[in-house]
Every structure is written in structure tokens, then in C-alpha cells.
Write a protein that binds this ligand. Structure first.
Ligand code: IVH
Length: 686
């Protein structure tokens, strides 16, 4: 090649690499595979090595290392970012108000205030201020740990960098929703089309994509807005009511929603819901319901939380949006737990701004109930992120009735139905009986294993797992952790979609998850009924993985101490304990577990320590409580680290007895258990 040709080639490479970088990092939309990209970079480097005098000023080799990692730092939420329970009807709202009063032991007729405000369909973010200055900003993440998007959030016009007014706490974490208005969403999509890029599905996706940009300049160019509606950590209480708190946010420089109102009961609350529903189309941004919150902050504090949602708030969702389309075919999908789910493949149709091409048919009973067949015209509905549902057949298409398979469509093993232990009846869900030997279950299990709520391995998603599984390289979770050692054979860097950089990145991501919390390991196994909540309970009960592993052989025996101990864990039910026992009754699953554990350093569970005087004590409540409902008393005791039991035994530390206490009181006295009145109990925990 002549020097002139080399120069041209270097110019070409600089251009191509720059364009590929822009697509990859700015638009989350790579044009080249990693292998193609790496080849360009390698060629550039080789030419530069041979012709150093031809190295361009804007050579891509000078920007090596400028290649951003694609990853944000993590921020732990000191107060978890919770979600909301849903109400779907006016009755649900009436029930919510009654439930709140019952929990607080207040008569039904007690006057109580609730705020009502639109539920913004965006993504939540937390902004931390210290001394009135914005110091960090995070996404919600899994509610406990989010991504550090401080630089990006500080580009939003209505996120104050410095608080205005006065009276804000020294530490103040304001939370709210990041969103994009309809008009600006339309402009963004027009620009995407003009640039030959694909359109965003809806404003929420556009907002999420815009916020999670590696380059904050890009976020700055996007029309993101923020509504403040709640808070996390604060150094001192700063308000008495929800309404007052949000008004203060307004004084301190935040945008607050103008539709927020205060009401004194369900009747007014649902009237306001109707008002907001009517106003919805003209608001200029997406909302998907109305959020009601108990106005009094001391009452919110007493109400507290159940699992992932506060007892003091609820989201009253808007009715789902509907459309009519045709079923092209009905397929069966095999899930992680072997469940066979019929899915209708639809002629694509836009419902509420999103193109829908699949709808779930749940199970055989549902197909029969709806009477749907391939070729039928059906009415479908889509509510938020829920998988679209089929409501009814509008016109029959003349197809044959759907025959539910008696064998797994993937591995051909027979399907079976669970028997409900309580009713003795067959469950409607059919499951493939082949466990992890069924490729569909194995792959779904592995996808779940690497997913965000589980091992959260960056760069390992559905596509990669499927490819590894097909080639027989990853058939069990432990295999993921031996990939690096086997790479001399595998040569991941030569695969389509991988280059040297991404292969190296993947191995690093895998290695970084070798040290991992007990709770996460357990939940990643995808055992039925053993999700996040139950995994946490189990890990806190055993503390160390070794102690848990040691009792597994005992689980098969329903009478064993291990089973009794687990059943005693507050919040852990029979279904979870049986599912755990069933899972480990299989030698294949035990092997899977041990192979995996051999690759990991499993951290002991962090058991919340409490210096409360009742921490670790077992308490029984009996008789009529006058100051609190039984539920509140129980929740309060648990939050202080006490175990609440329903019956008196040798293990009981305190019996709290109200008027009308009977046999439990006698038993406690006989057993020498300390008996307290409600007031004595309150004095003890005060
Ligand atoms: S209050 C402790 N208020 O809805 C509960 N949430 O489905 C704090 N959301 O994660 C949430 N608008 O992202 C609240 N006016 C509003 C909201 C709102 C939208 C989102 C929020 C939350 C999700 C729960």
C-alpha cells in the first residue's frame, strides 16, 4: 500500500470508530458487533505501529480508555425506595381507608385526611442535598441500591442545584419522578426519525434512556423534567403533614404537581380521581393513576410498611386501554418453573401508544373461558407494564379449537398439574415434569439467575445465555463461573457479538459477583415461593450458608427440627418451606447448589441489630388491646426486633395481656412468663 493509501485508510478508520462509538454510547444502539468494532481498532493500531509518522491528531488510539464503561456507580438508599400497592376500583379505595383506620385502632367515623395526586408514569429518582447543595442523585434500582446518575440529574432544569428559601434540613433527600412531556416526546421522536434512528416506544422509555446516558451532555440535551412528591433520609423532621412537606418542596425550588389535593374520606378521594381522569388527556404528560397518602406524618410513621409498600399509601390505577386485533397463532411458552403458558401472537396493534404483538392466555381454563381460537378477532387490553390480556372474542375466525399439549413442546416430557394441598384439587397450571433437564426450564432458570434481582451479571442476558446453553457451555449456574478458565477452548473474543473488550468485560463482571450475599444466592435459584422476601427471612434465620447447607438433608422430613425451626420464622409459610424441601429432594438440584457454592464466597446475612429492650425476645399478645390494633402492636414489636408468636410456650418472654385475657394468661402465669399490661409494654418499648 502506498503511504497515500495508508493515510486514507487511517482517516477511514478514525471516522468509522468515532461513528460506532457515538452510536454505542450515546444512543444505546450499536451498529457494529463487538468483533467488528475490535477489528477496526486492531487494524488502526497495527497501521499506526508501522507508520507512526502518519498517526492522525484525532486518532481513535488517543481516545483509548475514553471508552466509557457503560456502568454507573452504585448508591445505597439509606431509606429503601418502595413501590405502591394498587387499587383498581372505588371499593378498593374504601377498603384502603378502612384498613388504615383499623390498623390504627381508630373508629370508622374518625375524621382523617388523605392527599390525592396524579401518579406520574416516569421513573423515580432520589436527590440528596447536604447544606442545601445537591450532592448526589440516584435511580431507584432495586429499591435498596440504585445507580449514581448525579451528573445527569443535575442537568435537569427543574432539579435545583441549591435549595431556595429556608428551613430545609441539613440532610434532605427529595424523591420524585423524572418524565418527558407529550409535546417534547413527539419532538424527540421526530428528530430520531430525521436522523434515521428508531423511535422510542413511549415517554417513559425515552425518559429512562435519556437519564441513563453515560455522557451527561446528552442527558442535558433531552427534555427531562422532575416532580418532587416524597422524601427519603432527612436529618430532622421538617413537616407535620404530607401536604405541608410537598408545599415546602415547592418553596425550596422543586416543581410539585398542581393537581395535589387533600380530602377527608374515600368519597372525595374518588371524586378527585374522576377529576384527574377527565383532565388526563390535557395534562401534557403520562399519568397512570392517582396516589392517595395518609396526610398526617406521625400516622404514616405508625402505619409503616409491609414488604415493599407503605401501609399509608395506595395507587388507584386508571382503567386499562383497549384495542381490537386478530390472533395469528397460539404458542406455548415454557417458563422457569416449567409452567406451560399459552401466548396469543397478534397482528401488531398500537394500544395506548405501545405496539402490542403478544398477549397472554394464562392457561387452558382461560382459553376455554374466552372460547378463543387462532384466527379470531379479539379485544385486548394493556394496563401499564402488565402483559396485555385478551378480554373477549369479537368475531370468530373459523380456526380449530386449541388443543392444550399433554407433553412439553420443548422437551416432550409429560406435563402434570400440581395438587393444591388445601383443597386437594388440581391446579389449572400445567407444568413440564422434566425440571432442569428441560432445555426451556434450564435456559429460563439461567436467565433468571443472571438477571438484575438475582446475580445481576452485567453483559450476560437472555441472548448470551441462550448462545452458551446451545453450545453446551453453560448448562448450570456454576458453569458461568468457569467460563474464564475454559476460554482457551471457547475463545469468546472470536464470537459474533463479542470482541476482546467485551469478552474481558464479561469475565470481570462474572468475577465481581463471586463474593455475594447469602440472600441473593438463595433467591437466584428460582425456587418457587422463595423470592426476595423469603430468601431474606431464611438467610437471616441461618445467618451463614454453611448452617443452611447443613440442614438441607433434614428438610425432607416434615417432622424434623429444621422444618419446625423454619416454620417458626415469622413470615415464612408452609408453601415456602415445602417448596424448599421439594427443590432439594432432587439430587440434581443439590449438585447444582454445591457446584455453585464451590465457586462463590457467600457472605453471612446481615441481621439487623437492635439495642431495643425487646430485641430477640418472644412476645405474645392476648385480650383486647386498647391503644393499638393487634396488627400495629405486632408490626411495632417486630420492627424492634421482637418475635411475635400466637401461643404461649416455654420460649415466651412476655405476654402482653389486655382485658378479657383467658387461657393464654393462665398458661403464662403457670409457666412463669412475665405478664405485662398494654401500658407496661408501651413503657418497656418507649
Ligand atoms: S409515592 C413510598 N407518589 O409510582 C412510596 N409515587 O408504583 C413512594 N410514582 O416507585 C411513592 N407518581 O416511582 C408516589 N405521586 C406519586 C407518584 C409515585 C409516580 C411512582 C414511583 C413509585 C411507583 C410505585
Amino acid at each position: 500500500m502506498t503511504e497515500d493509501a495508508i493515510k486514507k485508510r487511517l482517516a477511514f478508520l478514525a471516522r468509522e470508530i468515532k461513528a460506532a462509538d457515538a452510536l454505542y454510547y450515546q444512543d444505546d444502539n450499536p451498529a457494529l458487533t463487538d468483533a467488528e468494532y475490535d477489528a477496526l481498532r486492531r487494524e488502526n493500531l497495527a497501521l499506526e505501529k508501522e507508520y507512526p509518522h502518519l498517526i492522525r491528531k484525532d486518532s481513535p488510539s488517543k481516545s483509548v480508555g475514553a471508552k466509557p464503561t457503560g456502568k454507573f456507580g452504585k448508591i445505597k438508599h439509606s431509606v429503601p425506595m418502595l413501590s405502591l400497592d394498587n387499587a383498581f376500583s372505588d371499593e378498593d379505595v374504601v377498603d384502603f381507608v378502612a384498613r388504615v383506620k383499623r390498623f390504627l385502632n381508630l373508629p370508622d367515623e374518625t375524621e382523617m385526611f388523605f392527599t390525592a395526586e396524579p401518579k406520574i408514569d416516569g421513573l423515580s429518582a432520589a436527590l440528596r442535598y447536604e447544606g442545601g447543595k445537591l450532592v448526589s442523585g440516584a435511580t431507584r434500582g432495586d429499591g435498596r441500591v440504585g445507580e449514581d446518575v448525579t451528573a445527569n440529574l443535575s442537568t435537569l432544569d427543574n432539579v435545583p442545584k441549591t435549595l431556595s428559601g429556608e428551613g430545609w434540613p441539613e440532610v434532605l433527600e427529595v424523591r420524585g419522578e423524572v418524565y418527558i412531556s407529550h409535546a417534547e416526546f413527539a419532538e424527540m421522536n421526530a428528530a430520531q426519525v430525521a436522523a434515521g434512528k428508531s423511535e422510542y416506544k413511549n415517554p417513559r422509555n425515552a425518559a429512562a434512556g435519556s437519564l441513563r446516558q453515560i455522557d451527561p451532555n446528552i442527558t442535558a440535551s433531552r427534555p427531562l423534567k422532575f416532580f418532587a412528591y416524597t422524601w427519603g433520609e432527612v436529618s430532622v423532621p421538617f413537616a407535620e403533614t404530607q401536604m405541608e412537606a410537598v408545599k415546602l418542596f415547592g418553596d425550596w425550588g422543586f416543581s410539585i404537581n398542581p393537581q395535589m389535593r387533600k380530602h377527608d374520606g374515600p368519597k372525595e378521594m374518588v371524586e378527585h380521581y374522576q377529576t384527574i381522569l377527565l383532565a388526563r388527556a390535557g395534562l401534557g404528560y403520562d399519568i397512570d393513576g392517582v396516589v392517595y397518602k395518609v396526610d398526617s406524618l406521625p400516622l404514616q410513621e405508625r402505619l409503616g410498611f409491609v414488604s415493599r409498600a407503605p401501609r399509608w399509601a395506595i395507587a388507584h390505577k386508571f382503567p386499562a386501554e383497549k384495542a381490537i386485533t386478530t390472533i395469528e397463532s397460539i404458542d406455548i411458552q415454557v417458563g422457569r418453573t416449567g409452567s406451560l403458558t399459552p401466548v396469543a401472537r397478534l397482528v401488531p396493534i398500537t394500544v395506548g401508544g405501545v405496539v402490542v404483538s403478544n398477549a397472554t392466555l394464562h392457561n387452558a381454563d382461560e382459553i376455554e373461558r374466552l372460547g378463543v381460537k387462532e384466527g379470531d378477532m379479539v379485544e385486548i387490553q394493556r394496563a401499564g407494564d402488565v402483559i396485555p390480556q385478551i378480554l373477549r372474542v369479537v368475531e370468530i375466525g373459523g380456526g380449530q379449537p386449541f388443543k392444550f399439549p399433554t407433553n412439553c413442546p420443548v422437551c416432550d416430557a409429560p406435563v402434570s398439574a400440581d395438587i393444591d394441598e388445601k383443597t386437594g384439587r388440581q391446579d389449572v397450571v400445567r407444568r413440564c415434569t422434566n425440571g432442569l433437564f428441560c432445555p426451556a426450564q434450564a435456559v429460563q432458570g439461567l436467565i433468571y439467575f443472571v438477571s438484575r434481582p438475582s446475580f445481576d451479571i452485567d453483559g450476560l442476558g437472555e441472548k448470551q445465555i441462550e448462545a452458551f446453553y446451545e453450545k453446551g457451555l453453560v448448562t448450570s449456574p456454576a458453569d458461568i463461573f468457569t467460563l474464564r478458565d475454559r476460554n482457551a477452548e471457547i475463545k469468546l473474543e472470536t464470537w459474533e457479538g463479542f470482541g476482546e473488550t467485551s469478552a474481558a468485560k464479561l469475565f470481570t463482571a462474572i468475577d465481581s459477583r463471586r463474593t455475594i450475599e447469602f440472600e441473593r444466592v438463595l433467591r437466584s435459584l428460582g425456587i418457587r415461593h422463595i423470592g426476595q422476601g423469603n430468601s431474606r427471612l431464611i438467610s437471616r434465620y441461618f445467618v451463614s450458608w454453611e448452617r443452611f447447607r447443613a440442614v438441607i438433608p433434614e428438610l425432607e422430613n416434615g417432622e424434623s427440627q429444621a422444618v419446625a425451626g423454619l416454620l417458626n420464622v415469622d413470615g415464612l409459610g408452609q408453601a415456602a418451606v415445602s417448596a424448599l424441601a421439594d427443590f432439594f429432594a432432587s439430587d440434581a438440584n443439590l449438585k447444582l447448589l454445591d457446584d455453585l457454592a464451590a465457586q462463590l464466597n457467600i457472605l453471612d446475612a446481615e441481621v439487623p441489630t437492635s439495642d431495643s429492650p425487646v430485641s430477640g425476645k418472644t412476645v405474645v399478645f392476648t385480650g383486647k388491646l386498647e391503644r393499638f390494633s393487634r396488627d400495629e402492636a405486632k408490626a411495632r414489636a417486630q420492627s424492634l426486633g421482637a418475635k411475635v408468636s400466637g401461643s404461649v410456650s416455654g420460649k415466651t418472654d412476655y405476654l402482653v395481656a389486655g382485658p378479657g385475657a383467658g387461657s393464654k394468661l393462665k398458661k403464662a402465669e403457670a409457666a412463669g412468663v412475665k405478664v405485662l399490661t398494654e401500658d407496661e409494654w408501651l413503657a418497656l418499648i418507649a
